[in-house]
Design a binder for this molecule. Structure first.
Ligand SMILES: O=C1O[C@H](COP(=O)(O)O)[C@@H](O)[C@H](O)[C@H]1O
Length: 240
């Protein structure tokens, strides 16, 4: 298991930003493109702002970077709950990223249609090559969900590497999410987790042997694999 623990959030975010830059450089040098999956919620805001400012912004060739979302809230374009809106403000606008490089979830149809269209746009981008993102960023909730893989939802049983819609009773809304098999195909996965409020979930996911993935969905992400790195601050790691 690959767990990195930092004294404070700033050190954590700085290290994670450097890891993103390193993967981006390697991906662009070898494959000509960096495919970067963003997470939502509030935790990544600081990371996005750091990536969009000196010196990090000059380390990545943004012209050859494409952005995706691990999950999205099924709400209309421009709604303040959208994960893509936070990324727009913190990352895309400051870096003047072209719209054609941002793969957003279109929520104009039904949730099922949104998931299908998103899966199709990703497949079209990768053409005939395997859908393996270069860096896939994740967070967790206090209930151990990751992306929109929430406890006790059917999408946890999905065996196909794809995009699915799911109604999450807990938050009373539809979400569009990458399935665990799709996430696990990524070349590099980074969990960004800080704060004491997440410490119990971190323990349940990484160390506790009781319960199941149905209760702690982030366990579906292969933590044994060296490509998965947990970036924690001491507060989030305090139960380990
Ligand atoms: O619902 C979500 O929550 C998680 C964690 O968010 P945070 O606000 O606690 O950082 C996030 O990773 C996921 O993308 C988001 O949709």
């Amino acid at each position: 298991m690959n767990i990195k623990i930092y004294d404070n959030t700033n050190d954590l975010i700085t290290a994670l930003a450097q890891a993103v830059c390193d993967v981006a450089k390697e991906a662009i040098a070898t494959r000509g493109q960096f495919n970067f999956v963003l997470s939502g919620g509030s935790s990544p805001r600081k990371l996005y702002k750091l990536l969009a400012s000196e010196p990090n912004k000059n380390q990545i060739d943004w012209e050859n970077t494409c952005f995706f979302f691990g999950d999205e809230r099924f709400v209309p374009k421009g709604n303040s709950q959208r994960n893509s809106l936070m990324a727009k403000k913190a990352l895309f606008d400051p870096l003047k990223i072209k719209n054609s490089h941002i793969f957003k979830v279109d929520t104009t149809g039904s949730p099922e249609e949104a998931a299908q269209k998103y899966a199709e746009s990703i497949a079209a981008h990768f053409q005939k090559t395997p859908v393996e993102f270069d860096f896939l960023l994740l967070g967790i909730g206090e209930n151990a969900h990751t992306a929109s893989l929430f406890p006790n939802t059917d999408v946890l049983d999905e065996t196909e590497a794809t995009i699915k819609s799911v109604f999450v009773k807990e938050v009373d809304m539809y979400r569009i999410t990458m399935t665990a098999p799709l996430i696990n195909q990524a070349k590099n996965i980074g969990f960004l987790v800080f704060g004491k409020d997440k410490s119990e979930a971190v323990f349940q996911i990484l160390e506790d042997k009781s319960g199941s993935v149905v209760q702690y969905p982030a366990r579906l992400i292969n933590s044994d694999d060296h490509k998965v790195v947990w970036y924690l601050d001491t507060a989030a790691a305090s139960r380990l």
